[in-house]
Design a protein around this ligand. Structure first.
Ligand code: SF4
Length: 510
């Protein structure tokens, strides 16, 4: 974590802008014109002059030198963490961790056969993570390993090999269209109405891409397929039918393979589309309310009403879908305890098979950035109590946490947690989050990853050989070498330059 990220985490409601002054006069002018409450000036010898809310001190590193910038930055941030903690009277739930995958250390510890105490100690000493989050990380890591044990379609099965999932792969199919764009959206998602052909050229290109890459894993079925976006059900029933039929022909060799389709928004869900999914044996779908408060839905630009989402969920159930996920977001503008309580009550009534609880990411690249410019941060509330409400809601209907990730600028400094009934977890979410399996990505804005076991097997096969910190820092901790290639995000670029993208993918996996 760097100093700016630390400041923004502690003082999320302030609009903090970094300034790099050229001279002392610049600093003075900046302070007089705009006001500042924090500055840091690092000297060549590593000492740093820190000024905070009108007081100042000199930081002298004890265990690092500026030559090792990573270690130096960590020591400086540790000092600043204690200063900001004293000022605000609170800890950050994830301490100084700011990566997308905070459970990775616990996952590595569990994989390498280390105990919970070693994992907890690492979280606390390295990153000042709270006990609650260290506990949560361990529980999730154990659950993830359990879910990964289900990779029974991989060539090197998990049976007898606890890392058998590495021999398999999963498929991601991206549909970058939505009925309209939500206020907070930062995904590759375009309003379908802007495409005069109803997305037909895109569907044709997607099908061509899938077919052209069919020999990358010849004769081998994936462990999971995930169709997301965007909102896949923004397409019409026939288009969905064609895409899934090709996925089946090319990759899908049996009904037991996990196949998720994000039905997402209720304003895109119709009976004929659900029947298409059912006909193809789609094993898991999402019907996402985000909130069941109509006022908030209107504000964030989700056109489906709360009632329509309930109806869509019930329709899917009546058609026999027995693994339905719902997504909710905590920290939406104008929502506090009462609103989240209402959302939780509806969820408890519907009893989805899994629930993904997000914390709003305050992304400046979304429409939300403009909204914040105009309205400030005061409408956003995300607290421990609100988090507990959602957690209790999930637990009360028998769901257990099984995967977790974070995004940049998450309100309250929290995380996104996936809960599921035991046995209804989404394998794709786990392999993608822990980066333990190759992913073939198709469609605009998707990323393909080649994940292969690396040469270093000592660290994991000889537990105790290295400390957990060394194991993690070695960079080879999961025995996985990861390389990637990305598809263009713009639909026009994706379609017109498809041959190039196909070649890139073949080269990646070649
Ligand atoms: S439904 Fe999801 S992908 Fe579509 S606009 Fe809303 S947030 Fe973005």
């Amino acid at each position: 974590m760097d100093v700016l990220a630390l400041l923004r985490s502690f003082y999320a409601k302030l609009d903090i802008k970094p300034v790099v002054p050229e001279s002392r006069e610049d600093v003075k002018a900046e302070a007089e014109n705009n006001g500042y409450f924090f500055s840091v000036k690092v000297s060549d010898d590593g000492s740093a002059l820190v000024s905070f809310k009108g007081t100042g001190f000199v930081f002298t590193p004890k265990t690092s030198s500026p030559d090792d910038f990573t270690a130096y930055k960590k020591e400086l941030c540790r000092k600043l963490y204690s200063v900001f903690k004293e000022d605000t009277g609170r800890d950050l739930p994830w301490g100084m961790m700011n990566g997308v995958r905070p459970t990775k250390p616990a996952f590595i510890a569990a994989l390498a056969g280390r105990g919970k105490s070693e994992s907890d100690e690492y979280y606390r000493s390295e990153y000042l993570v709270t006990d609650e989050k260290a506990d949560m990380s361990w529980d999730i890591a154990r659950s993830e390993l359990n879910v990964l044990g289900g990779c029974e379609h991989s060539e090197s099965r998990c049976k007898g090999d606890r890392r058998g999932y590495a021999g398999g792969y999963s498929v991601y199919i991206g549909i970058p269209f939505c009925p309209s764009r939500c206020l907070y959206c930062s995904f590759t998602a375009y309003p379908l109405a802007a495409f005069k052909d109803g997305g037909e050229a895109y569907v044709q290109a997607l099908i061509e891409e899938m077919k052209s890459c069919s020999k990358i894993f010849p004769g081998k079925a994936p462990d999971s397929i995930y169709m997301g976006g965007g909102t896949p059900t923004a397409l019409d029933a026939r288009q969905l039918d064609r895409i899934i039929s090709v996925a089946e022909d090319v990759y899908f060799t049996g009904p037991s393979i996990e196949f998720t389709v994000e039905a997402g928004r209720a304003d895109s869900i119709t009976e004929d589309k659900l029947k298409v999914l059912k006909k193809h044996g789609i094993s898991r779908i999402s019907v996402n309310p985000q909130t069941f408060n109509q006022k908030t839905l209107d504000l964030i630009g989700r056109k489906a009403t709360a009632d329509e989402t309930v109806e869509a969920f019930k329709l899917a159930r009546s058609l026999g879908f027995d693994n339905i996920n719902m997504d909710i977001i905590l920290g939406l503008p104008g929502e506090g305890m009462d609103e989240v309580k209402h959302t939780c009550e509806v969820i408890e009534e519907l009893k989805p098979d899994s629930l993904t609880v997000h914390s709003l990411a305050l992304k400046r690249a979304s429409f939300l950035g403009d909204w914040i410019e105009k309205n400030g941060h005061s409408a956003f509330t995300n607290t421990e109590e609100i988090q507990k409400l959602a957690r209790d809601c999930a637990l009360s209907i028998g769901l257990e946490p099984y995967y977790l990730y974070r995004q940049k600028d998450m309100s309250g400094g929290f995380e996104n947690i996936g809960y599921a009934l035991p046995g209804k977890e989404c394998l794709y979410n786990v392999v993608m989050m822990e980066e333990v399996q190759s992913i073939l990505g198709f469609g605009a804005g998707t990323i393909s990853k080649k994940v292969v076991p690396s040469g270093n097997t000592d660290a994991v096969t000889k537990p105790g050989n290295m400390s957990l910190g060394e194991l993690i820092r070695s960079g080879d901790e999961l025995h996985m070498d990861i390389s990637r290639c990305e598809n263009f995000k713009e639909v026009g670029d994706y379609i017109s330059r498809l041959p190039e993208l196909i070649d890139r993918k073949k080269e990646l996996f070649g």
